[in-house]
Design a protein around this ligand. Structure first.
Ligand code: AMP
Ligand code: ZN
Length: 133
């Protein structure tokens, strides 16, 4: 399969592995946005979270906590931003589900999750809520 992360799993492309178990792999991002910027993936290919069952999703999150603890011990960040880009509009470049872990420091110049998108003009929350029945 022509997927860069599957190639990393298959060891066709080298990586800086921080964590590995039967189903999950985590490695340092090659174009880091922060010291210790880490990418966590299920080894099994799927494009987005919608392609995985609850067991795999739980496994991934269990691994995320372990990796964060390791990053905390080694790098001693003052915080983290953790999340993923989902789909084109969400900024996903690699179509194999992956979670970014950004260790954060006060004054590192980054923003919070809220700085990713800000379209708050005229959104009527009550009206939106009605659409959920
Ligand atoms: P996204 O935009 O969420 O799809 O992010 C994809 C991430 O994968 C980017 O942060 C890239 O820097 C990272 N990336 C791409 N190729 C590699 C690679 N060979 N090793 C490590 N990270 C990679
Ligand atoms: Zn893949």
């Amino acid at each position: 399969m022509d997927c860069i992360f599957c190639k990393i799993v298959d060891k066709e492309i080298p990586n800086y592995t921080l964590y590995e178990d039967e189903t999950i792999l985590a490695f340092l991002d090659i174009f880091p946005h922060a010291v210790g910027h880490t990418v966590v993936i299920p080894k099994k290919h799927g494009e987005t979270i919608f392609d995985y069952d609850e067991v795999m999703i739980a496994e991934l999150h269990r691994a995320i906590k372990k990796i964060m603890e390791r990053l905390q011990t080694v790098l001693q960040p003052e915080g983290f931003t953790v999340g993923w880009n989902h789909g084109d509009a969400g900024g996903q470049a690699v179509p194999h589900w992956h979670v970014h872990i950004f260790p954060r420091w006060n004054g590192d110049g980054g923003g919070s999750m809220h700085s990713v998108v800000k379209k708050n003009d005229g959104i009527n929350v009550a009206e939106i809520y009605k659409r959920f029945g």
